[in-house]
Design a protein around this ligand. Structure first.
Ligand code: C2E
Ligand code: CA
Ligand code: CA
Length: 277
């Protein structure tokens, strides 16, 4: 690389760098387009464990390329975080989710929205959230849930607890996403004023065949309940796991068994069917 510097650049690295640049370009283009076209927000049902009825939904964003391919967030959220484009992307997702919540009013309880550490740390996050809510004055703010992961606690210099308390003062609820997969889940539980625990898929999938998973889930459900929080099991894919979760008294479930993330129109149809059932 000139002088006495040696640069090692493997094919893998080259591919990774190219993919990152592609993700960035695609994201920048998508953000300058018609957002509901280029960055559609899809919804995955969350059901009551006892009845299987839809009680809520998680908003999950996709990126539509000019070739009409749909990209999973795994391909562009990291680039969005690193470049700061997550701020604009996140505001779009939040506005769309709250708009849907208002539109589908009364049919179900809540919509949850993922908020990344970088977004949460943004000084404008709370004013932006308040602004989004103020465009829907008749909406009960407790029907909006913000999902955060433990990395939010570790990776920012802001006082996360303080910020979450401000968010809660707007009436919005907080969920701990991917619970149990981080390094300090108990610290997280102790220090963060959360309302919902989302049990990570790694504890849930195959639960019925694994007594250790059963014990862990049982203990976390008990812990959540004693702290006055509710729980959602993520990644419920088969009937046996659903039965086991019901048996353990898990209040709500999310997973392919009940529905994959779908575009808003399809979600509305599923919601309607669920109400008729
Ligand atoms: P997450 O928050 O853990 O979301 C759940 C992911 O698990 C979703 O993937 C969902 O499609 C998938 N999933 C749901 N049920 C099942 C199941 O039964 N089995 C399996 N194998 N998977 C299931 P998706 O939509 O690809 O999203 C991936 C991640 O991207 C999300 O993980 C979340 O961390 C992030 N993400 C998505 N939308 C947003 C967003 O608007 N903002 C931010 N900051 N992050 C987002
Ligand atoms: Ca989530
Ligand atoms: Ca999750």
């Amino acid at each position: 690389a000139g002088g006495n510097r040696l640069q090692i650049f493997s094919d893998d690295m080259r591919v990774a760098v190219r993919e990152r640049l592609t993700a960035e370009t695609r994201l920048r283009d998508a953000l300058s387009g018609e957002l509901n076209e280029t960055l559609p927000v899809w919804f995955q049902p969350i059901v009551a464990a006892d009845t299987g009825r839809i009680i809520g939904a998680e908003a999950l964003v996709r990126l539509r390329t000019p070739q009409d391919d749909l990209l999973s967030p795994f391909h562009f959220i990291p680039a969005a975080e690193e470049t700061g484009m997550i701020v604009a992307l996140g505001e779009h997702v939040l506005r769309e989710a709250v708009r849907r919540l208002d539109l589908w009013n009364d049919h179900f309880e809540y919509i949850s929205v993922n908020v990344s550490p970088r977004q949460l740390a943004e000084p404008d996050f709370v004013p932006m959230l308040a602004n989004v809510l103020s465009s829907h004055p008749s909406l009960d703010a407790s029907r909006l849930v913000i999902e955060i992961t433990e990395t939010a606690l570790l990776s920012t210099s802001i006082d996360v607890r303080e910020r979450l308390l401000t968010i809660k003062s707007l009436g919005v609820r907080i969920a701990l996403d991917d619970f149990g997969t981080g390094y300090s889940s108990l610290t997280w539980l102790q220090s963060v004023p959360a309302d919902v625990v989302k049990l990570d898929r790694s504890f849930v999938a195959g639960l019925s065949a694994d007594p250790r998973k059963t014990s862990i889930i049982q203990a976390v459900l008990w812990l959540a309940r004693s702290l006055g929080m509710t729980a959602i099991a993520e990644g419920v894919e088969d009937q046996a796991d659903w039965d086991a979760l019901r048996e353990l008294g898990c209040p709500s479930c999310q997973g392919y068994l009940f529905g994959k993330p779908t575009p808003p129109a399809e979600f509305a149809t599923a919601l309607h069917a669920s109400l008729q059932a």
